[in-house]
Design a protein around this ligand. Structure first.
Ligand code: UDP
Length: 237
């Protein structure tokens, strides 16, 4: 049997929030669930990591010094669990089989991350959502997504954003900004580009994991990428 493609899709927490930037908008959850479903129907194995920025980020929680950074980060990791449970519901609502695996044990809510168990879920056609980041403070969910992508042997990580790729400068500020179809890992770390934080890009570089940056709100985009059509995104490799 031909080996199935496996991808890790990363969404920021903010992507789940409606226009107010906070909380979870179920119509967005449903949109994402349908996009992911179209991949699974086409025989793709899908892992998901969702950020927590729509609920809390460690750095912001700790900014006035009342909450310690490490505690803020644990609060941030817990918010990714909230988002993951919501995403699991939306995916089940559209008929998918899903398991949430947390980096921090919380057995009443979800499974604990065990890579071999995740592999088994993929083989059975289940979607696996990796929650609670890396389980360590001072990391981001981009790093968690890169780490999980490598651990599960994903063919690529798709960073789903609100923009259709990477530009040489901020397209909102500079009308002459041009989109970069392909860039190196080193370029991706440039201050004015920064597709993800340095830790995650370095990890991807060390392990030759391609990073695709695309607009998650364009219907059918994820499917196009899997089929090798990279027109409406950027790729770091
Ligand atoms: N976080 C952490 N360790 C991790 C992943 C996340 O401490 O491995 C915390 C950190 O406080 C972060 C928050 O969880 O700010 C939410 O994640 P992130 O900011 O990456 O979410 P996104 O910006 O993608 O919504």
């Amino acid at each position: 049997m031909e080996k199935r493609k496996r991808v890790l899709v990363k969404f920021s927490g903010e992507a789940l929030a409606g226009d107010n930037g906070f909380g979870i908008d179920t119509s967005i959850l449903k949109f994402i669930a349908d996009e992911i479903k179209s991949l699974v129907i086409h025989n793709i194995e899908v892992g998901i990591v969702i950020g927590g920025g729509n609920i809390i980020r460690g750095v912001s929680a700790a900014k006035d010094g009342i909450i310690k950074r490490t505690s803020g980060d644990y609060m941030g990791m817990l918010s990714t669990v909230i988002n993951s449970i919501a995403m699991q519901e939306a995916l089940e609502h559209v008929g998918m089989e899903v398991r949430v695996q947390s980096a921090i044990k919380m057995e009443a809510i979800c499974e604990t991350f065990i890579v071999r168990r995740a592999q088994r879920h993929f083989e059975k056609g289940r979607i696996v959502i990796f929650a609670a980041g890396t389980g360590n403070p001072f990391f981001t969910t981009d790093t968690a997504a890169t780490l999980r992508a490598i651990e599960i042997g994903a063919d690529m990580i798709i960073k789903a954003t609100k923009v259709d790729g990477v530009y040489d400068k901020d397209p909102k500020k500079f009308p002459d900004a041009t989109k970069l179809a392909e860039l190196t890992y080193d370029r991706a770390m440039d201050d004015n580009i920064k597709v993800m934080d340095d830790t995650s890009i370095a990890l991807a570089k060390d392990n030759n994991l391609p990073i695709v940056i695309c607009n998650m709100f364009a219907k059918g985009n994820l499917q196009k990428i899997i089929e090798g059509n990279l027109e409406s995104c950027s790729i770091v490799r």
